[in-house]
Ligand binder design. Structure first.
Ligand code: SAH
Length: 353
Protein backbone atom coordinates (compact mmCIF):
# COMPACT_ATOMS: atom_id res chain seq x y z
CA UNK A 1 0.00 0.00 0.00
CA UNK A 2 1.21 3.50 -0.78
CA UNK A 3 1.87 5.70 2.27
CA UNK A 4 -1.23 7.94 2.63
CA UNK A 5 0.79 11.15 2.39
CA UNK A 6 2.41 9.97 -0.87
CA UNK A 7 -1.05 9.51 -2.33
CA UNK A 8 -2.07 12.98 -1.18
CA UNK A 9 1.05 14.58 -2.70
CA UNK A 10 0.59 12.74 -6.01
CA UNK A 11 -3.01 13.95 -6.26
CA UNK A 12 -2.19 17.48 -5.17
CA UNK A 13 0.70 17.86 -7.61
CA UNK A 14 -1.23 16.25 -10.50
CA UNK A 15 -4.02 18.78 -9.93
CA UNK A 16 -2.20 21.98 -9.09
CA UNK A 17 1.44 21.54 -10.16
CA UNK A 18 4.77 21.08 -8.34
CA UNK A 19 5.21 22.12 -4.70
CA UNK A 20 8.41 23.56 -3.19
CA UNK A 21 10.95 21.33 -1.44
CA UNK A 22 10.25 23.35 1.73
CA UNK A 23 6.52 22.64 1.53
CA UNK A 24 7.23 18.94 0.89
CA UNK A 25 9.64 18.67 3.83
CA UNK A 26 7.44 20.60 6.27
CA UNK A 27 4.32 18.50 5.58
CA UNK A 28 6.21 15.21 5.50
CA UNK A 29 7.88 15.84 8.87
CA UNK A 30 4.74 17.19 10.51
CA UNK A 31 3.03 13.91 9.59
CA UNK A 32 6.07 11.80 10.52
CA UNK A 33 6.58 13.19 14.04
CA UNK A 34 2.89 13.55 14.86
CA UNK A 35 2.25 9.85 14.42
CA UNK A 36 5.06 7.98 16.21
CA UNK A 37 8.04 7.68 18.57
CA UNK A 38 10.85 7.48 15.99
CA UNK A 39 13.77 6.77 18.35
CA UNK A 40 15.77 3.74 19.39
CA UNK A 41 16.67 0.36 17.92
CA UNK A 42 13.11 -0.46 16.92
CA UNK A 43 12.55 3.05 15.52
CA UNK A 44 14.14 4.94 12.65
CA UNK A 45 17.14 6.64 14.24
CA UNK A 46 18.94 7.19 17.53
CA UNK A 47 20.05 10.51 18.95
CA UNK A 48 22.89 11.45 21.33
CA UNK A 49 20.76 11.62 24.53
CA UNK A 50 19.38 8.15 23.73
CA UNK A 51 22.93 6.79 23.31
CA UNK A 52 24.13 7.78 26.77
CA UNK A 53 23.14 9.74 29.86
CA UNK A 54 26.57 11.42 29.65
CA UNK A 55 25.34 13.68 26.84
CA UNK A 56 22.49 15.30 28.76
CA UNK A 57 24.48 15.40 32.00
CA UNK A 58 27.28 17.41 30.41
CA UNK A 59 24.75 19.84 28.94
CA UNK A 60 23.25 20.25 32.42
CA UNK A 61 26.71 20.95 33.85
CA UNK A 62 27.39 23.47 31.07
CA UNK A 63 24.18 25.28 31.98
CA UNK A 64 24.88 25.21 35.73
CA UNK A 65 28.37 26.57 35.11
CA UNK A 66 27.39 29.52 32.91
CA UNK A 67 24.36 30.31 35.12
CA UNK A 68 26.57 30.33 38.24
CA UNK A 69 29.14 32.61 36.65
CA UNK A 70 26.33 34.91 35.42
CA UNK A 71 25.14 35.45 39.02
CA UNK A 72 22.63 32.62 39.70
CA UNK A 73 19.42 34.45 38.76
CA UNK A 74 16.66 32.29 40.31
CA UNK A 75 14.04 33.38 37.75
CA UNK A 76 15.82 31.23 35.14
CA UNK A 77 13.84 28.94 32.76
CA UNK A 78 14.97 25.72 31.10
CA UNK A 79 13.75 25.60 27.50
CA UNK A 80 14.13 22.72 25.10
CA UNK A 81 13.14 22.74 21.43
CA UNK A 82 11.98 19.34 20.13
CA UNK A 83 12.73 17.33 23.32
CA UNK A 84 11.99 13.92 21.75
CA UNK A 85 11.45 11.45 24.58
CA UNK A 86 12.48 13.99 27.24
CA UNK A 87 15.69 12.07 27.94
CA UNK A 88 18.10 14.97 27.48
CA UNK A 89 16.01 17.18 29.79
CA UNK A 90 15.89 14.43 32.43
CA UNK A 91 19.68 13.96 32.44
CA UNK A 92 20.51 17.67 32.13
CA UNK A 93 18.14 18.76 34.92
CA UNK A 94 19.34 15.99 37.24
CA UNK A 95 22.97 17.08 36.75
CA UNK A 96 22.14 20.80 37.02
CA UNK A 97 20.15 20.18 40.22
CA UNK A 98 23.32 19.11 42.01
CA UNK A 99 24.54 22.69 41.57
CA UNK A 100 21.33 24.28 42.81
CA UNK A 101 19.91 24.94 39.33
CA UNK A 102 16.31 23.64 39.35
CA UNK A 103 14.37 25.53 36.66
CA UNK A 104 10.92 24.51 35.48
CA UNK A 105 11.12 22.92 32.01
CA UNK A 106 9.42 24.55 29.02
CA UNK A 107 9.14 22.33 25.95
CA UNK A 108 8.48 23.49 22.40
CA UNK A 109 6.95 20.44 20.76
CA UNK A 110 4.32 19.88 18.10
CA UNK A 111 4.06 16.08 18.14
CA UNK A 112 1.19 14.73 20.23
CA UNK A 113 2.81 11.28 20.41
CA UNK A 114 6.08 12.71 21.77
CA UNK A 115 4.33 15.13 24.14
CA UNK A 116 2.73 12.12 25.82
CA UNK A 117 6.16 10.51 26.35
CA UNK A 118 7.61 13.80 27.63
CA UNK A 119 4.75 14.16 30.12
CA UNK A 120 5.61 10.79 31.69
CA UNK A 121 9.11 12.00 32.50
CA UNK A 122 8.33 15.66 33.17
CA UNK A 123 4.91 16.03 34.80
CA UNK A 124 5.81 19.60 35.82
CA UNK A 125 6.74 20.82 32.32
CA UNK A 126 4.94 23.50 30.33
CA UNK A 127 4.39 22.85 26.61
CA UNK A 128 4.46 25.37 23.79
CA UNK A 129 3.53 24.98 20.11
CA UNK A 130 6.18 27.52 19.12
CA UNK A 131 8.60 29.96 20.72
CA UNK A 132 6.22 32.91 20.89
CA UNK A 133 4.60 31.85 24.20
CA UNK A 134 7.84 31.14 26.11
CA UNK A 135 8.15 33.09 29.38
CA UNK A 136 9.58 36.59 29.21
CA UNK A 137 10.27 37.15 32.91
CA UNK A 138 13.78 35.78 33.40
CA UNK A 139 16.87 34.39 31.71
CA UNK A 140 16.56 31.34 29.47
CA UNK A 141 18.83 28.32 29.31
CA UNK A 142 17.90 26.71 26.01
CA UNK A 143 18.98 23.54 24.25
CA UNK A 144 17.98 22.18 20.85
CA UNK A 145 19.48 18.83 19.88
CA UNK A 146 18.68 17.58 16.38
CA UNK A 147 15.86 20.10 16.12
CA UNK A 148 17.01 22.48 13.38
CA UNK A 149 17.82 19.59 11.00
CA UNK A 150 14.11 18.65 10.93
CA UNK A 151 12.96 22.14 9.88
CA UNK A 152 12.20 22.69 6.18
CA UNK A 153 14.92 23.83 3.78
CA UNK A 154 14.46 25.81 0.62
CA UNK A 155 16.54 24.91 -2.44
CA UNK A 156 17.46 26.95 -5.50
CA UNK A 157 18.94 25.22 -8.55
CA UNK A 158 20.93 26.71 -11.41
CA UNK A 159 19.38 25.59 -14.69
CA UNK A 160 20.35 26.34 -18.31
CA UNK A 161 17.83 29.20 -18.09
CA UNK A 162 19.04 30.66 -14.79
CA UNK A 163 18.23 30.14 -11.09
CA UNK A 164 14.94 28.43 -10.21
CA UNK A 165 13.31 27.14 -7.03
CA UNK A 166 13.79 23.37 -6.69
CA UNK A 167 10.36 21.75 -6.51
CA UNK A 168 8.73 18.36 -6.17
CA UNK A 169 6.86 17.29 -9.31
CA UNK A 170 5.81 14.00 -10.90
CA UNK A 171 7.98 12.04 -13.32
CA UNK A 172 6.78 8.70 -14.68
CA UNK A 173 4.18 8.37 -11.96
CA UNK A 174 6.62 9.07 -9.10
CA UNK A 175 7.60 12.12 -7.10
CA UNK A 176 10.81 13.68 -8.41
CA UNK A 177 12.79 16.92 -8.14
CA UNK A 178 11.98 19.42 -10.88
CA UNK A 179 12.92 23.05 -11.47
CA UNK A 180 10.25 25.72 -10.97
CA UNK A 181 9.42 28.19 -13.70
CA UNK A 182 9.82 31.55 -11.94
CA UNK A 183 13.27 33.22 -12.17
CA UNK A 184 14.91 33.30 -8.71
CA UNK A 185 18.05 35.32 -9.46
CA UNK A 186 17.02 37.97 -6.89
CA UNK A 187 17.31 35.39 -4.06
CA UNK A 188 20.87 34.33 -4.95
CA UNK A 189 23.85 36.00 -3.20
CA UNK A 190 26.17 37.80 -5.64
CA UNK A 191 29.09 35.49 -4.76
CA UNK A 192 27.12 32.44 -6.01
CA UNK A 193 25.39 34.00 -9.02
CA UNK A 194 27.80 32.37 -11.48
CA UNK A 195 27.78 28.87 -9.95
CA UNK A 196 27.74 26.14 -12.64
CA UNK A 197 24.57 24.59 -14.05
CA UNK A 198 23.17 21.99 -11.66
CA UNK A 199 24.46 23.82 -8.55
CA UNK A 200 22.03 23.86 -5.63
CA UNK A 201 21.83 26.49 -2.89
CA UNK A 202 20.12 25.26 0.27
CA UNK A 203 18.86 27.62 2.97
CA UNK A 204 16.62 27.17 5.97
CA UNK A 205 14.43 30.23 6.57
CA UNK A 206 12.70 28.31 9.39
CA UNK A 207 16.01 27.72 11.23
CA UNK A 208 16.97 31.34 10.71
CA UNK A 209 13.65 32.41 12.24
CA UNK A 210 14.20 30.18 15.30
CA UNK A 211 17.72 31.50 15.94
CA UNK A 212 16.49 35.04 15.37
CA UNK A 213 13.77 34.60 18.02
CA UNK A 214 16.10 32.88 20.52
CA UNK A 215 18.81 35.52 20.09
CA UNK A 216 16.29 38.35 20.56
CA UNK A 217 15.15 36.78 23.83
CA UNK A 218 18.73 36.23 25.06
CA UNK A 219 19.48 39.87 24.26
CA UNK A 220 16.39 41.06 26.22
CA UNK A 221 16.08 38.46 29.00
CA UNK A 222 19.62 37.10 29.34
CA UNK A 223 20.60 33.47 29.23
CA UNK A 224 22.40 31.11 26.90
CA UNK A 225 21.53 28.59 24.19
CA UNK A 226 23.12 25.51 22.66
CA UNK A 227 22.15 24.32 19.17
CA UNK A 228 23.55 20.86 18.47
CA UNK A 229 23.19 19.22 15.09
CA UNK A 230 24.98 17.74 12.17
CA UNK A 231 26.07 20.37 9.78
CA UNK A 232 28.90 22.63 8.77
CA UNK A 233 30.48 25.81 10.00
CA UNK A 234 31.42 26.97 6.46
CA UNK A 235 28.96 27.76 3.65
CA UNK A 236 28.50 25.00 1.04
CA UNK A 237 26.70 24.25 -2.21
CA UNK A 238 24.55 21.16 -2.82
CA UNK A 239 21.51 19.42 -1.43
CA UNK A 240 21.91 17.74 1.96
CA UNK A 241 18.30 16.61 2.13
CA UNK A 242 18.09 13.00 3.25
CA UNK A 243 15.49 10.51 4.45
CA UNK A 244 16.12 7.89 7.12
CA UNK A 245 13.86 4.95 7.90
CA UNK A 246 14.68 2.00 10.15
CA UNK A 247 18.31 3.25 10.48
CA UNK A 248 18.82 3.32 6.70
CA UNK A 249 18.94 6.09 4.15
CA UNK A 250 16.02 5.85 1.74
CA UNK A 251 14.98 7.90 -1.31
CA UNK A 252 13.69 11.29 -0.12
CA UNK A 253 10.63 11.03 -2.39
CA UNK A 254 9.65 7.40 -1.82
CA UNK A 255 7.84 7.51 1.53
CA UNK A 256 6.88 11.01 2.72
CA UNK A 257 5.56 11.00 6.28
CA UNK A 258 7.03 7.55 6.95
CA UNK A 259 10.74 8.50 6.98
CA UNK A 260 12.58 11.25 8.88
CA UNK A 261 13.54 14.03 6.46
CA UNK A 262 16.53 16.10 7.53
CA UNK A 263 19.06 18.53 6.13
CA UNK A 264 22.48 19.59 7.38
CA UNK A 265 22.48 22.77 9.43
CA UNK A 266 24.43 25.69 7.96
CA UNK A 267 25.87 27.13 11.19
CA UNK A 268 27.79 29.75 9.21
CA UNK A 269 24.45 31.38 8.35
CA UNK A 270 23.08 31.21 11.90
CA UNK A 271 25.80 32.82 14.04
CA UNK A 272 25.57 36.17 12.17
CA UNK A 273 21.78 36.18 12.71
CA UNK A 274 22.31 35.78 16.47
CA UNK A 275 24.83 38.65 16.50
CA UNK A 276 22.56 40.89 14.44
CA UNK A 277 19.84 40.48 17.13
CA UNK A 278 22.23 41.60 19.88
CA UNK A 279 23.21 38.21 21.32
CA UNK A 280 26.82 37.14 21.22
CA UNK A 281 28.14 34.07 19.54
CA UNK A 282 30.23 31.83 21.82
CA UNK A 283 31.43 29.79 18.87
CA UNK A 284 30.67 26.64 16.88
CA UNK A 285 32.82 23.59 17.68
CA UNK A 286 32.79 19.89 16.89
CA UNK A 287 30.70 17.83 19.31
CA UNK A 288 33.61 15.50 20.17
CA UNK A 289 35.87 18.37 21.11
CA UNK A 290 33.13 20.09 23.11
CA UNK A 291 32.20 16.96 25.10
CA UNK A 292 35.88 16.30 25.88
CA UNK A 293 36.40 19.87 27.05
CA UNK A 294 33.36 19.39 29.33
CA UNK A 295 34.91 16.26 30.85
CA UNK A 296 33.25 13.31 29.12
CA UNK A 297 36.39 11.14 29.59
CA UNK A 298 36.27 11.53 33.37
CA UNK A 299 32.49 11.04 33.43
CA UNK A 300 32.85 7.77 31.45
CA UNK A 301 35.52 6.56 33.91
CA UNK A 302 33.31 7.40 36.88
CA UNK A 303 30.36 5.53 35.36
CA UNK A 304 32.59 2.50 34.66
CA UNK A 305 33.89 2.49 38.24
CA UNK A 306 30.29 2.54 39.48
CA UNK A 307 29.10 -0.22 37.10
CA UNK A 308 32.09 -2.30 35.91
CA UNK A 309 29.80 -4.77 34.10
CA UNK A 310 28.68 -1.88 31.87
CA UNK A 311 32.25 -0.84 30.93
CA UNK A 312 32.09 -2.05 27.32
CA UNK A 313 28.73 -0.33 26.68
CA UNK A 314 29.96 2.92 28.25
CA UNK A 315 33.15 2.85 26.14
CA UNK A 316 31.09 2.21 22.99
CA UNK A 317 28.74 5.13 23.79
CA UNK A 318 31.72 7.41 24.50
CA UNK A 319 33.24 6.49 21.14
CA UNK A 320 29.96 6.98 19.30
CA UNK A 321 29.44 10.46 20.75
CA UNK A 322 33.03 11.69 20.34
CA UNK A 323 34.75 9.56 17.65
CA UNK A 324 35.96 11.41 14.54
CA UNK A 325 34.29 8.95 12.17
CA UNK A 326 31.16 8.81 14.33
CA UNK A 327 29.22 11.79 15.71
CA UNK A 328 32.28 13.60 17.07
CA UNK A 329 33.20 15.60 13.97
CA UNK A 330 30.01 15.69 11.90
CA UNK A 331 27.96 17.11 14.77
CA UNK A 332 28.62 20.67 15.88
CA UNK A 333 27.70 22.63 19.00
CA UNK A 334 26.84 26.30 18.50
CA UNK A 335 26.61 28.48 21.61
CA UNK A 336 25.01 31.90 21.88
CA UNK A 337 24.42 34.04 24.96
CA UNK A 338 22.98 37.31 26.19
CA UNK A 339 25.29 40.32 25.87
CA UNK A 340 26.01 40.48 29.63
CA UNK A 341 26.55 36.75 29.99
CA UNK A 342 30.01 35.18 30.30
CA UNK A 343 31.69 32.83 27.81
CA UNK A 344 30.60 29.21 27.83
CA UNK A 345 32.77 26.22 28.75
CA UNK A 346 33.97 24.11 25.83
CA UNK A 347 34.30 26.98 23.36
CA UNK A 348 37.83 27.93 24.45
CA UNK A 349 39.95 29.20 21.59
CA UNK A 350 36.91 30.53 19.73
CA UNK A 351 36.81 34.29 19.49
CA UNK A 352 33.73 35.71 21.13
CA UNK A 353 31.82 38.02 18.81
N1 SAH B 1 16.03 16.43 20.81
C1 SAH B 1 15.55 15.07 20.76
C2 SAH B 1 14.67 14.77 19.54
C3 SAH B 1 15.20 15.12 18.16
S1 SAH B 1 14.05 14.73 16.86
C4 SAH B 1 16.71 14.11 20.84
O1 SAH B 1 17.85 14.56 20.71
O2 SAH B 1 16.49 12.91 21.04
C5 SAH B 1 13.23 16.26 16.53
C6 SAH B 1 12.27 16.75 17.59
O3 SAH B 1 11.75 18.00 17.18
C7 SAH B 1 11.06 15.86 17.88
O4 SAH B 1 10.74 15.98 19.24
C8 SAH B 1 10.00 16.50 16.99
O5 SAH B 1 8.69 16.15 17.36
C9 SAH B 1 10.31 17.96 17.17
N2 SAH B 1 9.88 18.84 16.08
C10 SAH B 1 10.12 18.67 14.76
N3 SAH B 1 9.65 19.72 14.05
C11 SAH B 1 9.13 20.58 14.96
C12 SAH B 1 8.51 21.87 14.87
N4 SAH B 1 8.34 22.47 13.70
N5 SAH B 1 8.11 22.47 16.01
C13 SAH B 1 8.30 21.87 17.22
N6 SAH B 1 8.87 20.65 17.37
C14 SAH B 1 9.28 20.02 16.25
Amino acid sequence: MKPPLLDTFLRLIANTGPISIAHYMAESNAHYYASRDPFGVTGDFITAPEISQMFGELIGLWMADIWTRAGRDERVHYVELGPGRGTLARDALRAAGRYGLNPRPHFVETSTALKALQLERHPDAVWHDDLSTLPTDGPILLVANEFLDALPVRQLVRTAHGWRERMVGIHQGRLAAVAGTAPMEAAVPASLATAPEGAIIETSPASAAVVNEVAGRLARQGGAALFIDYGHAEPRLGSSLQAVRAHRKVDVFSSPGEADLTAHVDFSALAPIARARGAHSLGTVEQGRWLKALGIDARARALCAHAPDQAAAIAAAHERLTGEGQMGALFKVMGIAGPDWPDGAGFEGMSRS
